[in-house]
Design a protein around this ligand. Structure first.
Ligand SMILES: NC(=O)c1ccc[n+]([C@@H]2O[C@H](COP(=O)([O-])OP(=O)(O)OC[C@H]3O[C@@H](n4cnc5c(N)ncnc54)[C@H](O)[C@@H]3O)[C@@H](O)[C@H]2O)c1
Ligand SMILES: [Zn+2]
Length: 377
């Protein structure tokens, strides 16, 4: 007799935040049990699905079916795909749509999408009726390993990204890795930069494992769930110790100071996706650490080799359409980060898996490094 075919058991990672603790459920096919899980957490609730038009086209029907199977009534509001939906007009539209649909305090918001939808729906949930519970159903690799976990929600200002927001933790995250099968390859690759980030921050063994297993991860094999689980475990542990980023959580910004400046220089456009900017930013952070004598150049080269192997950019010359000069990049860095008496806080590394917060980096030194890197193109 053959055993019945059974979906692989999910991996569950808990985010330990006292009464605000929640599970991240990771696995292929987990969307099907979304309704059952929500019904167990909030019996009798209705669900308001917030999604973007692209994601809704692929995954709205399955999400509604999973909720209906558990007797959960739904309403759905969609916004255009893309960063521009993290705006006040869109926030207002989604908030009002929830009120029109008679969503009450006891109901649940379901964020079905990438980081844009997660941030917008999370902030909506924080505001409507002074706070609704919400569930993250992340549909990009970036969202599954990063933005859906940790409770940061936000929309953008004309002055910069994520300037209006709230800390509001979800009650559950369901990361169905099969949803990533419809994600464009470039988006998947960009999200992978954040997976590599966890290895570089604090787990050299994980980085080595990624070097050996990234192909299976990209192909949707069991390595995908494992990598997402390791990433979520590290983020969960850091968030549990420093929920509001008064210290250690800043480590998660490895590659982000350089990366955000490059993203801004490229106009937050398709020229450079966030994850691509982070790959470049991590390569620069390691090169800068090597230049400061913190680690051997060979370690920085190993990081570059892996990022390049999966097709992520590591050279400034790969940004299409040119870049501003080092002065302008420093201005962009200063906009993103406070410069205190010519000193900047950077995440640097003493090795792969040994990143640390350096609060006293000389802005002039960063400038000289950027001049050098820009000249290499
Ligand atoms: N809250 C946090 O802690 C946190 C952390 C990191 C990033 N972020 C935010 O996340 C955002 C970036 O997230 P993102 O990279 O997921 O971008 P995104 O949400 O814009 O998704 C990228 C694109 O992929 C499409 N897409 C998403 N899932 C799909 C699927 N399964 N199949 C086909 N297409 C799909 C989307 O429609 C979109 O066009 C930024 O706004 C960033 O500020 C937040
Ligand atoms: Zn990031």
């Amino acid at each position: 007799m053959t055993a019945p075919l059974r979906a692989r058991d999910p991996i569950v990672v808990n985010v330990a935040l006292g009464e605000r603790s929640y599970d991240i459920v990771i696995g292929r096919g987990q969307l099907a049990s979304l309704g059952k899980k929500i019904a167990a957490l909030r019996p009798g609730s209705m669900a308001a699905i917030v999604s973007d038009e692209t994601v809704a086209r692929h995954h709205r029907a399955a999400t509604e079916a999973a909720l209906a199977a558990a007797g959960i009534g739904t309403t759905c509001v969609t916004v255009p795909a893309g960063e521009s939906s993290k705006s006040f007009p869109m926030l207002e539209r989604v908030c009002e749509a929830l009120i029109s649909a008679r969503i009450e305090r006891a109901d649940v918001v379901v964020a079905l999408g990438g980081g844009v939808v997660g941030d917008l729906a999370g902030l909506t949930a924080a505001l409507v009726r002074r706070g609704l519970d919400y569930v993250q159903v992340p549909t990009t690799l970036l969202a599954q390993v990063d933005s859906s976990v940790g409770g940061k929600t936000a929309i953008d200002s004309v002055h910069g990204k994520n300037l209006f927001g709230a800390f509001h933790q979800p009650i559950l995250v369901v990361a169905d890795t099969a949803l990533l099968d419809t994600l464009p390859a470039r988006q998947f690759r960009a999200g992978y930069a954040e997976v590599v980030k966890y290895g570089l921050i604090g787990d050299a063994g994980f980085f080595a494992w990624l070097e050996a297993n990234w192909r299976d991860l990209f192909a949707g094999g069991a390595a995908r769930e494992h990598a997402i689980a390791v990433s979520c475990r590290m983020k969960a542990a850091i968030v549990a110790r420093d929920e509001r980023e008064s210290g250690e959580r800043a480590l998660l910004n490895l590659g982000h100071t350089f990366g955000h400046a490059l993203e801004a220089a490229a106009g937050f456009s398709d020229r450079l996706l966030h994850g691509e900017a982070i790959a470049l930013g991590m390569a620069l952070a390691f090169a800068f650490s090597a230049k400061r004598g913190l680690l051997p150049r060979s370690q920085a080269e190993r990081v570059e080799r892996h990022l390049a192997a999966v097709g992520l950019p590591i050279h400034l010359s790969s940004i299409l359409g040119g870049l501003p000069d080092a002065d302008r990049l420093m201005e962009l860095i200063a906009q993103d980060k406070k410069v205190k008496r010519g000193k900047l806080t950077f995440i640097l590394a003493r090795g792969i898996g040994e990143s640390f917060i350096a609060p006293d980096v000389d802005a002039a030194e960063v400038h000289a490094f950027l001049v050098e890197k820009l000249a290499e193109r």
